[in-house]
Design a protein around this ligand. Structure first.
Ligand SMILES: CSC[C@H]1O[C@H](OP(=O)(O)O)[C@H](O)[C@@H]1O
Length: 367
């Protein structure tokens, strides 16, 4: 992703300092801050405080956290301690556990002396794989956008709606939901993206920032405007990301996604989910019953962050002091509301059959 002409990933290994550097997303879109992640506590804080966020990016970060742990103490006991320390930071995005499990499975059979180098190599591989997976999701999603464009008068934009930020910032590069947008824009297909603000952390502002940097036309709207836009025929396709999708295609994503899916279903608007395979939880069938939904600090709801009078970034309290609040960070969209899943291997229906046909190797391994 290019920011003012310079290509960035959302995180990268700093060869000079030998630590991981990340874009600290807490300060975007107003301030672009790159910070090192140099201790295990830094890694846990980076994930929990959402300095890095988004399922694939959380997974890649955790892999580098395991690499640090192995550099400090390559014992199995420390490997297990690091797994537990990092895994408990956020419960919903399956990529966190997927990455930690993959690291542990690869490192445990090795000699202690081999683990530090192997762990760092594996972290690099996981990061690079994410970039390639998302690039392919972009190509597969581009085909769907092309189909819509072909039915429109020349020059009329394809109107997409997305929720939260399943963008370049939520992954190592490209994004998942945004990758088809970037590919379509770069292919010269006219686009317009409705961007949901997405309370309480306003990740929609991150999507607006990203799309703006790439030159993709978009309009930032409130969380709750999506249904109105769809009722008035202003949306051709909804495309979101996911933090965990079950083997039967139930989609867990940022709170509010379910409401977009309901509105899309009620207005016959195609509702697609960009789904990298590490985000599939093959052990879970019923998303509503089995996916843990993160409950975050209520202050995220009672306060809002932005540029304050006189400059600088601050928060203001929106509610009366002492207001009781709730902050479930995700919801589950049942597969019956999902038109299709855009994966790196192609597009499939949101069903056990659809996913098993695209990923027979993973489906068999989970049996
Ligand atoms: C490509 S995963 C993006 C996914 O992650 C976000 O959650 P959070 O910002 O809390 O990490 C959101 O659910 C996005 O759709």
């Amino acid at each position: 992703m290019k920011i003012d002409g310079t290509h960035y990933r959302s995180l990268w290994w700093n060869g000079e300092s030998d630590v991981l550097d990340i874009i600290d997303q807490r300060w975007l879109p107003h301030d672009f801050r790159v910070v090192p992640v140099a201790t295990m506590q830094d890694f846990a804080d980076a994930i929990f405080q959402m300095r890095v966020r988004g399922a694939p990016l959380i997974g890649a970060t955790a892999a580098y956290g395991m690499a640090l742990a192995m550099a400090e103490d390559p014992s199995v006991a420390n490997m297990d301690a690091a797994w537990t320390f990092l895994e408990k930071t956020r419960p919903t995005a399956i990529n966190l556990r997927w990455a930690l499990d993959r690291c542990r499975a690869a490192l445990r059979p090795l000699l202690e002396a081999e683990r530090a180098a192997a762990a760092l190599t594996l972290a690099h591989e996981i990061a690079d794989e994410d970039v390639e997976i998302n690039r392919r999701i972009g190509e597969n999603g581009l085909a769907l956008i092309r189909e819509i464009a072909a039915r429109k008068p020349a020059g009329e934009p394809v109107r997409l709606l997305t929720h939260c930020n399943a963008g370049w910032l939520a992954t190592v590069d490209w994004g998942t939901a945004t990758s088809p947008m970037y590919h379509a824009h770069d292919a010269g297909i006219p686009l317009h993206v409705w961007v949901d603000e997405t309370r309480p952390r306003n990740q929609g502002a991150l999507t607006s920032w990203e799309l703006g940097k790439h030159g993709v036309p978009h309009t930032y709207v409130t969380d709750n405007a999506g249904g109105h836009l769809m009722q008035h025929g202003m949306v051709d396709m909804v495309i979101t990301g996911t933090d965990r999708t079950t083997r039967r295609g139930d989609v867990c994503n940022k709170i509010g996604t379910y409401l977009k899916a309901l509105a899309a279903h009620d207005n016959d608007v195609p509702f697609y989910v960009a789904l990298p395979s590490p985000t599939i939880d093959w052990t879970v069938g019923d998303g509503m019953a089995e996916i843990p939904i993160e409950e975050r600090d209520v202050q995220e709801v009672t306060h809002v962050q932005g540029v304050i009078e006189g400059g600088g970034i601050g928060t203001v309290q929106v509610t009366p002091a002492g207001t009781a609040g709730g902050n479930p960070a995700f919801d589950v969209t049942p597969n019956r509301l999902v038109t299709g899943l855009i994966t790196e291997r192609g597009v499939c229906e949101a069903s056990e059959k659809g996913l098993a046909e695209l990923f027979p190797d993973f489906a068999r391994a989970a049996e």
